[in-house]
Design a protein around this ligand. Structure first.
Ligand SMILES: Nc1ncnc2c1ncn2[C@@H]1O[C@H](COP(=O)(O)OP(=O)(O)OP(=O)(O)O)[C@@H](O)[C@H]1O
Length: 244
């Protein structure tokens, strides 16, 4: 993205964001609440329309007025904090529906790809369950399988473990770690510092709608240069602070 600005009314939430994710890279975005992390992620697939600036995904400028947004979005999978599964559909149906409607895959092919991805996230035996019968961690893994089934070139994760009970966080992070190892390009907004430190190729620290620091995890997390990054990290790495 190039010189991206986003206003909500008079509130300038993104103030000139410049950054790129290379194919195969895992980039984690960290920062305090309200710093613009989710808005940044949502601008990547135009769930939010940037006020100005350019978003380029897979060589296609999504912000260009002649671009077919729906077609361009197909290459970008998104996983939300709140799973967003259809409650009245089984797990298998949830993972098949967009493949059928958007990609026009045959029923047999959509089912094969759904089962393959559900197996991959370790939940193949739950195909016939409804979301309410699953734990939050299992629901989130279904949401990941659903996004993967669309064969995306880029996966966006918006605080994928924030709504989970602590004991379920590890299962979801393990799946994400596996995807990273397989070479999936990933942009992840997270408060999970251990994940960012161990898995990310780059960590981006945002504050007040700007990128304050962008570099390798050992640089940004272990040896931050900016006072704002240091203050934030002191807070998140100290469990007695909860105001993030
Ligand atoms: N749809 C919206 N309409 C108006 N203001 C919004 C909207 N979405 C976000 N904002 C505002 O934009 C700012 C940045 O929000 P954003 O959700 O991007 O931050 P964040 O860093 O992801 O925070 P958190 O970690 O709490 O999710 C906040 O001040 C928020 O209130």
């Amino acid at each position: 993205m190039r010189d991206l600005h986003k206003y909500f009314g008079k509130n300038e939430v993104l103030r000139g964001i410049d950054f790129a994710v290379d194919p195969g890279q895992v980039v984690c975005v960290i920062g305090p609440s309200g710093s613009g992390k989710s808005t940044l992620l949502r601008c990547v697939n135009l769930l939010e329309q940037p006020t100005s600036g350019k978003v380029v995904v897979n060589g296609v400028e999504l912000t260009h007025r002649d671009v077919d947004i729906d077609a361009a979005r197909r290459g970008v999978g998104m996983v939300f904090q709140q799973f967003n599964l259809f409650p009245h559909m089984t797990v298998l149906q949830n993972v098949m529906i967009s493949q059928r409607r958007v990609l026009k895959r045959s029923k047999a092919e959509a089912e094969r790809i759904a089962r393959e991805n559900l197996d991959k996230v370790g939940i193949g035996e739950k195909c016939d369950a409804f979301p309410a019968q699953l734990s939050g961690g299992q629901q989130q893994r279904v949401a990941i399988a659903r996004a993967l089934a669309m064969s995306p070139a880029l996966m966006l994760f918006d605080e994928p473990t924030s709504a989970l009970d602590p004991e379920l966080v590890g299962d979801v992070l393990t799946v994400m770690r596996k995807l990273a190892e397989e070479g999936m390009t990933m942009l992840v907004v997270t408060h999970e510092m251990a994940f960012a430190r161990d898995v990310a190729d780059r960590v981006v620290f945002m504050d007040g709608g700007v990128i304050v620091e962008d570099g390798a995890p050992e640089q940004v997390i272990s040896a931050p240069q900016h006072e704002r990054t240091k203050t934030f990290l002191r807070r998140v790495l100290d469990p007695t602070h909860t105001d993030i």
